[in-house]
Design a binder for this molecule. Structure first.
Ligand SMILES: C/C(NCc1cnc(C)nc1N)=C(/S)[C@H](O)COP(=O)(O)OP(=O)(O)O
Ligand SMILES: [Mg+2]
Length: 562
């Protein structure tokens, strides 16, 4: 029996595991929103703007593995594109659905609102094609089921965002009902011959080296390969490090864990062992200027075997059509133990420095702040580290087994953490969320604290107020790094109006921070923001080192054209 395009989309979203979709209404998407509301398995979440909406969906996808954001044409979608860029870079399947003009308007040569004032309305679709793995326009009801299934299938398989454009008069157009969802859920099929060849050659290569190590990268998560990685680590018995964006993907209490490998700003001397090793087996790794500290810690390809999301490469060899977890498991089944790098690492394993508690009346410092936040981390905690010195503060915190760490290192949009952590909280209500965010970042997306209030999410926000853009100061200072100070504690309570439970505290001493944390822990009906005012120069040494090398990388002179 026929259905409508809007109901078809709703059914598909529910079938792929979405329970909440993130929306900002607009006249081009209202009928579609009604159709989604009619589906009992979907609950809409209303954001303050489309930038935050797309980041909230991105955060939801971090928790649930899939998300959907519904916006109106142009004025909504253009902001949402920013969060879709993040989803693309961070390997998250977020489905961007945008309302669009009535299908008759182009033929009638109409000019319309919410457009750039041209007679053609395809510009948004053309832009979306560049930042998604699949983009479709539903201009014909008969074609709609095929296009919707195609876009969602590509997004789920490639772990990248997709785009579905729904003209305002098509949501209620009738179309064929959805076929079996199995036709949409097509995980990457590993080619057995390619797998066999890749594993046989890889073992030969690995066993030709004396002291291999393992390095976990962020794509382990979207590939669902964390457990396979642990199996390989334990089969090989070597030292194991993680890239910064892969923190928490390998248990930090594991006897083989040797820290976050980030070049000169590594933790636990991970750089000493990775750079001592004569082969690093990289699983799901992404090497960028930021993750290699301005290219200073990218090892030569002769020293790397790279197992990617769906391929394997090492000197003189390339194999594709291989799912990462299949490769890691097959290697674990056949690899011989070689624990030389772990033996060497245990020889130089540093002891974790204990930070002395400050006197309660002592002015708050970054170190004391980190010490007190670190104490809050349990196996149920998800720690969000915003772009800024929060990256370095977060990376250095040892995680209890089960604790999760979320960072947006590829896209690096300041302000991402506020909408993303509330979207994540919607997807994973059982997690205890702590967000570390700087003053500059918070000013980008502060409105979404309102959603935390509306949904009564007990998120604890540590707002590190160092009075400006400190990362930028360390990369390249100038007057543009100074920002207007806000009363952040008062601001969050303004979102309460007459029914909210948000709490805001401004702390200047160690004792005040301890008190505020106690109050935050008992505020279970809403967010608590603790504004910690520290001196701009009170930043991590790692930020200063990292900033120096990133600035050098940015400043390389142009190559003279030959
Ligand atoms: C301005 C910018 N980056 C450039 C930038 C500008 N615009 C967007 C959207 N994203 C970006 N990363 C960055 S990292 C600031 O130092 C962040 O300041 P803040 O949140 O206050 O953190 P720190 O003080 O610890 O650096
Ligand atoms: Mg700052």
């Amino acid at each position: 029996m026929a259905t409508t395009i809007g109901s078809y989309i709703a059914t598909r979203l529910a079938q792929i595991g979405i329970k909440n979709h993130f929306v900002v209404p607009g006249d081009y998407n209202l009928v579609l929103l009604d159709k989604l509301q009619e589906n009992p398995n979907l609950q809409e979440v209303n954001c303050s703007n489309e930038l935050n909406c797309s980041f909230a969906a991105e955060g939801y996808a971090r928790a649930k593995g899939i998300a959907a954001v519904i916006v109106t044409f142009s004025v909504g979608a253009f902001s949402a594109f920013d969060g879709i860029g993040s989803a693309y870079g961070e390997n998250l399947p977020v489905i961007l659905i945008s309302g669009s003009p009535n299908t008759n308007d182009e033929g009638d040569h109409h000019l319309l609102h919410h457009t750039i004032g041209t007679h053609s309305f395809d510009y948004q679709y053309e832009m979306a094609q560049r930042i998604t793995c699949a983009a479709v326009q539903l201009k014909n009801a008969e074609d709609a089921p095929r296009l919707i299934d195609y876009a969602i299938r590509e997004s789920l398989t490639q772990k990248k965002p997709c785009y579905i454009e729904v003209p305002t008069n098509m949501s209620s157009a009738s179309c064929a009902p959805p076929g079996p969802i199995e036709a949409v859920l097509c995980p990457l099929e590993t080619n057995p011959k390619a797998l066999e060849a890749a594993v046989t050659s890889s073992i030969k290569f690995i066993e030709s080296r004396l002291k291999p190590t393992l390095l976990a990268g962020p794509k382990l998560k979207c590939a669902g390969a964390e457990q396979a990685f642990i199996r390989l680590a334990e089969a090989l018995g070597c030292a194991v490090a993680v890239l910064p964006a892969a923190k928490s993907l390998f248990p930090e209490d594991h006897p083989q864990f040797c820290g976050v490998y980030w070049g000169q700003v590594s933790t636990k001397k991970a750089d000493a062992i990775i750079e001592w090793s004569d082969l690093t087996i990289c699983a799901g790794c992404v090497f960028t200027d930021y993750s290699t500290t301005g290219w200073t810690s990218l090892q030569s390809s002769a020293h790397r075997l790279e197992a990617g999301f769906d391929d394997v490469k090492f000197s003189g060899h390339y194999f594709d059509q291989i799912a990462l977890s299949d490769f890691l498991n097959a290697l674990a089944d056949r690899i011989s133990t070689n624990d030389k790098s772990l033996i060497e690492y245990n020889r130089l394993r540093p002891t974790s420095p204990t930070i002395e508690a400050a006197r309660p009346t002592a002015p708050i410092t970054r170190k004391e702040m980190v010490r007190q936040i670190h104490k809050l981390i349990t196996s149920e905690t998800t720690l969000f580290a915003e772009t800024g010195d929060s990256w370095f503060n977060g990376i250095q915190m040892d995680l209890t087994r089960g604790a999760c760490f979320e960072i947006e290192m590829q896209w690096g949009h300041i302000g991402w953490s506020i909408p993303a952590c509330v979207g994540y909280a919607v997807g994973a209500p059982e997690r205890k969320i702590i967000t570390m965010v700087g003053d500059g970042s918070f000013q980008m997306t502060a409105q979404e604290v309102s959603l935390m209030v509306r949904l009564k999410k007990p998120i604890i926000i540590f707002l590190i107020n160092n009075f400006g853009y400190t990362i930028e100061v360390e990369i390249h200072d100038g007057p543009y790094n100074n920002i207007k100070n806000w009363n952040y504690a008062a601001l969050v309570e303004a979102f309460n109006a007459n029914d909210g439970k948000a709490k805001g505290f401004q702390v200047r001493t160690a004792g005040e921070l301890a008190d505020a944390i106690e109050k935050a822990n008992s505020n279970v009906e809403g967010p608590t923001l603790i504004e910690i005012q520290i001196n701009r120069d009170d930043c991590t040494n790692e930020l200063i080192t990292w900033g120096h090398f990133v600035a050098l990388a940015n400043g390389r002179p142009p190559r003279l054209s030959s």
